[in-house]
Write a protein that binds this ligand. Sequence first.
Ligand SMILES: [Zn+2]
Length: 332
Amino acid sequence: METNAMNQSLLGALDIGGTKIAASVANADGPLARVTAPTPKSGPPDTVARTCIELLHAACDQAGVPREALHAVGVSSAGPFAQVDGMLGLASPNICGGQSQSHDLPNDWVVIPLERPLKAQFSRVAIENDCVSALVAERTFGAVRDEPDCVYVTWSTGIGFGFCVDGHVLHGKHGNTGHAGHMLMSDTSDAVCGCGNQGDLEALISGRNLANRLGQSTADVFDAARDGEGNARAIAEDAARWFGRGLYNVAVALDTRMFVVGGSVWQHHGDWLLPMVEKELHSRMHALTDGVTIVPAGLGSLVADIGAFAQVMPPEWVRTWRETEPWTPRDQ
Ligand SMILES: [Zn+2]
């Protein structure tokens, strides 16, 4: 009876990014359906939340399961968040024109509601920024299962972190823990981040900012560096050193044991960047940095969906999914 009820219950997952929103539903056996739509860029401020709910319902329809069976939804979202009347709203510069420096969004949203409209529809809602959600995914089903002292970091178009200390995933006062890509690194660099900072970690090495500064794609530069082209090699070595210094700063702050690294830059180039990053990480404060390891993320492009599910997943589902790994591999 209980097993039957469990099998009939559904979990929802939302992956909210600057360009698209993906909604998935799963039962105890695994994911059932996934639908996507472009992230709304105009309309009333609740347009994004309404789209999220419509997509979850569409995923239920596609899976052939009743919409009413969906009670719990986990969310992996682009940050940062802000509080609106005691609930989390989105203040992402990639979605909210009122937060954007680039003025290319056709809306004047400053903070858009998210938690309140979702909670009006579903009895359980959990929301994390995408890197914290990825940390939850990697600790539940990926490369750092049950590790109490670990840090997720993505090196991609941006740089973001998720922190776990003593087995506790850190959230912060507005759910914005982990925006450490904006830690200031250099007073002398002219590299500028989308946040407006000069010389922060993301300004120095993120895929987007490196490409803007170099006038060519970061993928091309890192490919050339791997092939030994001198100029590109110097740029990549510099980037690896800055990244390692960022990890060092985090390691000495948190006394962490493991870094799990995701994102497209690391996925494609982590193998040869690793020794340079490790050298910088382990260069100082040996009492804190000796033995700190760096491992590649285990879930690839599935990390957002799985992290969102994992946030609201009952332990018995976790045990089943760990055994059967019912997710479908997808290339990034
Ligand atoms: Zn920044």
